[in-house]
Write a protein that binds this ligand. Structure first.
Ligand code: HEC
Length: 116
């Protein structure tokens, strides 16, 4: 009986440890994106990626508006919203699942230049 209890306590402690470690990892990840410390690709790479994956609908300067794509040069959505749309797609825009977080960020930054 006593032994059983000891085992239960030991097991709970172990489980708690595992949970804490998992929590710690998650926290580190979200801190990273909050401070913007997440790395991004360089503008040359972003331009290449944009030409391959996005210009078909948005055009080289974001103004093509093919397949009912909106004019990116007049877009006012935030960095976060752009990252979400690039990653998950929206309406007729397909999600671009193969992209790394750095590539998504690089593209979101790249298309911001169209507004100038
Ligand atoms: C198949 C055509 C197509 C491709 C390819 C495409 N888009 Fe789009 N995009 C659209 C359409 C259509 C919308 C409008 C979605 C909606 O609001 O329903 C859109 C919306 C957006 C928006 C939101 C603009 C706003 O202000 O609402 C952004 C940002 C964007 N696209 C960026 C990109 C980037 C970056 C790529 C390449 C990684 C890309 N798109 C590839 C068709 C496309």
């Amino acid at each position: 009986m006593v032994l059983n209890k000891a085992i239960t306590v030991a097991f709970s402690a172990l489980l708690l440890c595992a949970l804490c470690t998992a929590c710690g990892d998650g926290q580190a990840g979200s801190n990273q994106s909050k401070t913007g410390a997440i790395e991004t690709i360089d503008p040359g790479q972003a331009r290449k990626l944009y030409t391959m994956k996005c210009s078909l609908c948005h055009g080289p300067d974001g103004r093509l508006m093919a397949s009912s794509a909106p004019d990116l040069s007049t877009s006012t959505i935030s960095m976060k919203q752009r990252e979400i749309i690039i990653k998950y797609g929206k309406g007729l825009m397909p999600p671009l699942k193969g992209l790394s977080p750095a590539e998504v960020r690089g593209l979101a930054l790249y298309i911001e230049d169209f507004r100038k």
